[in-house]
Design a protein. Structure first.
Lengths: 199, 199, 199, 199
DNA sequence: GATGAATGAGTCTTCATTCAT
DNA sequence: GATGAATGAAGACTCATTCAT
């Protein structure tokens, strides 16, 4: 990556600005200023304002998926994989606050105003979870009645809402590792006390 | 509700328009048209465009909370309460598609552009869940190490992501009751097979 | 026509501004100022800047055609009709300097940037001339070898160039009636001296 | 002319681009692309965009005048000169479609946005016609009451409108020589039948 | 209370021109 | 001389909001 890579400078600036103001309340001139380029320069690298947002989704989510997949692949036990996924997700949010906020807030919004845009990357991310479930079911570790299509959303949703709370709140009440363990424990063991389950 | 209650006509129209286009891509003139009133009339009932959105959040979420609280109060067993909550949430989304979409998409966005706006109603809704947990812990049904502040977000997040999927997709893959049972089962029993847990 | 007919006020203002600056160098804000309305008001009456120009062509040329046709119809002799046409054309240019300039300069240009636009009105205007020729040929007054399709363009072109000279020059060298007589005489009698023609 | 004469390459490219899009809708980058040079290179040969247009007028009309004057000088009879002028004019338009279109469309427009620009070349071209008339009047061939200042415009206008029709239409209805003969005949003999004139 | 025509501030985008390489 | 990436001024157009009727 060159020091003066304008494409990257603009993307980084846009993530900061979008995170702070939201897509619709962000001005091209603000992004340009934040990136230390002229307004017009942005249009040498992107077709329009939406294109910047799309590019953020595509490129940045792509990087995250690659990283998570790589880490998960190192682990065998599906239980550990799930726990690791939770940790990695929350850690990534923690380390990329602005990006996380943009993705959480704008990816929802964007599905509305860019009908042609289908986020395959996001679906790919969710499928990491469902693959872990199927592997666990094949190995006789997870219940057969667990529906992977529901589980992946429930698990992701739990992590997402947790991290949303973090992104929006100024101070952290819980540590990442604590939250990751709690949430994966909910899904693995449930919250009922063991004696009760025996019944 | 009077037939000519303009306030309500405008709110209902705004929910439809916001759900379809998103807040920023919705025009006051569209809402006025949808509500069969003049553009200027809207300003007799609301201060500005944002005010319509805020009012939707306040009034409509308020109604939902009242309904859910009432239903939950009829049940004693915290396990049943949790399952009932899941069902009610998904059922409400099912029955109020447009409202659900507006809340899901715009409530996130809005926290950004209306800094002064703190959604107490939403916090109140989440606290229904944490109260169930605390009740269950007091009764010795739920584990003591479950942190209600994390659980409420995880549980809500799971339901929210599930319903988001519904709102955006045209056809339903799963029935509400199926999804509600699966998700509450995840959280109550976990997904590990019982024999494995005994270990 | 109401005193406050915005449509007309804008059209009149646009004719003045376009005549002075040319279409491309005219600003919407200038037209608005000239018409004593807000910039946005223009867009309540016209779709865009081009639409104003098109409307000028359509409406104003329409009025001119109606007037010329009416005047010509009063005359029987095709020779007098031709002379009258020349006079009316030059007189109309004289009395509507700005409009004449806009039509002369922009109608040519516009055919390029508005491909979809075909000026039927203008063709209709030219056909007044060719109809006079055909009438004269039927009456045995004009030569049979005169091709109306060529003549109408040659006659109009002669008048148009003459009037263009007027529009652009600050002072008039010739009177309208003088020029009209000369030009129609050229076409009727030619410029050769009679004795020479006998040969 | 050198193969790499950038000045000429740019002029030729600009004529093509201006003819197709019009001056205001042409982009410097398009001309550069058409000329196979970099955008910046154009500014080594021309001061600005207008300067390219002016240069086209000056240089190209200059060449045409030289050619026409040379041809006309070979002829003695003013009647033949006029007919020859008509033929040459239409033939030149025929052979230089793009240039003709640029001159016809943009020369009118340009007088507006380049106030300082007075087209002496064009006046010189028109004066070829008035000189023919004066010569004919001195030789007792043309009527004394013909005003050369009006005639030159009428004659040029007739040819110009005829050729404009050609430039804009895709297919030719009349041959150049036919049109040239018709138009010069109009002006020499008029369109009245001889017997009628005798009266 | 209701209307909707009018307002004008605000922003994305374009593109002629520059200048470091 | 040649390049083309970068600049930033400028303008068409939108739309929330107002207010005379």
């Amino acid at each position: 990556m060159k020091v003066t890579d304008k494409h990257d400078k603009i993307i980084k600036a846009a993530i900061r600005v979008f995170a702070k103001k939201g897509f619709f309340n962000s001005r091209i001139s603000e992004i340009a200023k934040e990136a230390n380029v002229a307004d017009g320069t942005i249009y040498l690298y992107f077709n329009n304002k939406y294109d910047i947002l799309i590019t953020i989704f595509e490129e940045e989510i792509g990087k995250i998926i690659a990283k998570v997949k790589q880490e998960i692949a190192k682990i065998d036990d599906p239980r550990k994989k799930l726990e690791r996924f939770a940790y990695l997700h929350l850690r990534l949010v923690e380390d990329n606050r602005d990006l996380a906020e943009v993705i959480q807030v704008e990816l929802r919004q964007s599905s509305k105003f860019m009908k042609e845009y289908r986020n395959k990357k996001f679906a790919e991310y969710l499928n990491i979870i469902s693959q872990i479930i199927r592997q666990g079911q094949n190995q006789g570790i997870f219940r057969q009645d667990v529906m992977p299509g529901i589980f992946k959303r429930a698990f992701f949703g739990a992590l997402d809402e947790m991290s949303r709370f973090w992104v929006l709140s100024t101070r952290k009440k819980y540590r990442v590792s604590t939250a990751a363990k709690q949430i994966s424990k909910f899904f693995l063991d449930g919250i009922l006390i063991p004696e009760l389950k025996a019944n």
